[in-house]
Ligand binder design. Structure first.
Ligand SMILES: O=C(O)CCC(=O)C(=O)O
Length: 270
């Protein structure tokens, strides 16, 4: 069953004020099972990526069926506008007992589209709680539309090597966002966020999908430089999957997403 939840004026206001929102939308049990199987198989293929598996669509193209599902795109479109490409999907696996932390950062710090614009979907496959390392955010930190200074850190026990100190920037408080399995957070790429490690017996897996309005240009040369200079993942060879509309900026060379498997089609396509 497709959920028919539409973003409300209150959701929009929350997102624009705080930089994130948890809509009253839920993944059905059937879709949860499909995604959970897909993630399990992908992580079996790349066990060394158990904390962070980028480029999920390489190992599990079925994720693009979720990313392009009408109900999900309807939610995203409220924040990106009608011309949308997906340039990234991933899993933050945060395993039980020793799942690693994600340092405080802004995604825009190491993403190569210009102007900087992407709305992320962060979909919980397990209950995400304070104990097992739910997402933490600095609400309103996206509002100045600026990137703060990050430092490059040793990421051996982290999912990312970029970190900032939000206290030194004058922000007052952090907020944990506890959500249940099957709920999602939508958030802006200027939002300061991160998560603690997980030493509980409960895993905390989340799928991420990155939606760029095609008014921005995904700059592959900049991606190469960012990779070389900051040691962040190399996004330069990423496909940009057209999800809705057209390539507004005309420089993105969008590709069509592959046809989805039958099992997914009945739930995910319209
Ligand atoms: O899942 C996490 O703990 C961190 C996620 C994150 O940093 C992101 O989605 O950009």
């Amino acid at each position: 069953m497709i959920t028919t939840y539409m973003i409300t004026a209150a959701d929009k206001e929350h997102f624009h004020k705080n930089g994130w929102v948890v809509p009253q939308w839920r993944l059905s049990t059937d879709r949860w099972r499909q995604l959970q199987t897909l993630v399990e198989k992908a992580l079996q293929t790349r066990p060394e990526k158990r904390d962070y598996l980028p480029d999920l669509q390489q190992f599990a193209p079925g994720i693009l069926s979720f990313a392009g599902a009408k109900d999900v795109l309807d939610l995203v479109e409220a924040f990106t506008g009608p011309d949308i490409a997906v340039w990234g999907t991933g899993v933050f696996g945060k395993p039980a007992h020793d799942g690693v932390a994600t340092p405080w950062h802004q995604d825009g710090q190491y993403w190569p589209m210009r102007p900087l614009a992407t709305t992320s979907v962060w979909l919980a496959l397990d209950d995400a709680t304070i104990d097992n390392g739910c997402m933490r955010v600095i609400s309103e930190s996206h509002r100045p539309r600026k990137l703060y200074e990050h430092r490059t850190v040793d990421a051996t026990a982290l999912t990312l090597n970029q970190e900032l100190d939000w206290r030194a920037l004058g922000f007052a408080k952090e907020e944990p966002i506890e959500i249940e399995s099957g709920q999602m957070i939508l958030f802006d790429l200027y939002l300061i966020h991160g998560s603690h490690s997980n030493d509980t017996a409960k895993q905390r897996r989340a799928i991420t999908v990155r939606y760029m309005p095609t008014t921005s240009h995904f700059d592959r040369e900049l991606a190469v430089r960012q990779h070389r200079e900051m040691g962040v993942p190399d996004f330069s060879k990423r496909n940009l999957y057209r999800m809705r509309g057209i390539d507004r900026c005309g420089r993105n060379q969008l590709v069509e997403r592959p046809a989805c498997p039958y099992a997914a089609r009945q739930y995910w396509l319209r």
